[in-house]
Ligand binder design. Structure first.
Ligand code: SF4
Length: 243
């Protein structure tokens, strides 16, 4: 599919997903999923947007999200972890336990649980996930019942409107639409997450190689997009490495 057809297809998918007046929200990670925000506006689908502030993001990403909020005049909510839980966790495990324990305990605390509470107010959400981002995502559907989270009325619908876009499609679209980009991209970052868990790419590396670079290739997720077998429901489920 060429880019014009991809845009047409994804815009129609967003319109279909958002129609009916159900409470829907859309994620923004502060990276190339700015494409989804632009497509949402083309689709005249003005749902509330959220970003997860884990308190470990790069300063550039925080500033970029504020810039994008102004660029699109977004209704954007920052989702944050429970500060008391973070303090207790760090007192018990240290600030960098993710380098030793598989990282999911920290992701669960800072991302998954805050997002679980937020999504419980909605019937559906949209993401910027793509199949070509990672071998773990190559079977990603465009629309699915969320395998991790529940919604306001039970099952939560999840739309991945750029699931079948390539990295090249995304970069071309950003360029053609003159969309703002996270300044970290100019420093060699592609997939961008928390500062201590993301590094710039080396030549020829896959776009998610810089995420949790110390982990194996099969452990490159944070828990938000896992299969039911991989779901961790609370910090207590996790084996923690005491430091
Ligand atoms: S990406 Fe790293 S710092 Fe961010 S929540 Fe996960 S383990 Fe914690």
């Amino acid at each position: 599919m060429n880019l014009d057809h991809l845009v047409e297809h994804s815009t129609a998918l967003i319109q279909e997903f958002c129609k009916g007046g159900h409470p829907i929200t859309c994620a923004f990670s502060g990276a190339e999923d700015v494409v989804v925000l632009d497509l949402m506006q083309r689709a005249t689908c003005f749902v509330p947007i959220f970003a997860v502030d884990t308190a470990r993001l790069h300063a550039e990403t925080i500033a970029y999200i504020h810039h994008v909020q102004q660029h699109f005049t977004l209704d954007l909510t920052w989702i944050k972890p429970n500060p008391d839980a973070v303090t207790a966790f760090e007192r018990e495990n240290g600030r960098f336990s993710f380098y030793e324990d598989g990282h999911l305990a920290c992701c669960n605390l800072r991302k998954t649980e805050p997002l679980r509470a937020h999504l419980a107010h909605f019937d559906g959400w949209l993401t910027g996930l793509r199949r070509d981002q990672d071998p773990n995502r190559e079977a990603l559907p465009e629309v699915q019942t969320d395998p991790v989270f529940k919604g306001l009325n039970g099952p939560l619908r999840k739309a991945n409107p750029i699931a079948n876009w390539s990295r090249g499609d995304v970069e071309t679209y950003i360029q053609h639409r003159n969309l703002p980009q996270n300044p970290l991209v100019l420093k060699g970052y592609k997939s961008i997450g928390c500062a201590p868990c993301t590094r710039a790419l080396k030549p020829q590396e896959h776009e998610r190689a810089g995420r949790w670079w110390w982990e194996t290739a099969s452990n490159k997720e944070c828990g938000l997009h896992q299969t039911p077998e991989q779901i961790l429901h609370s910090v207590e489920d996790l084996p923690l490495t005491k430091r």
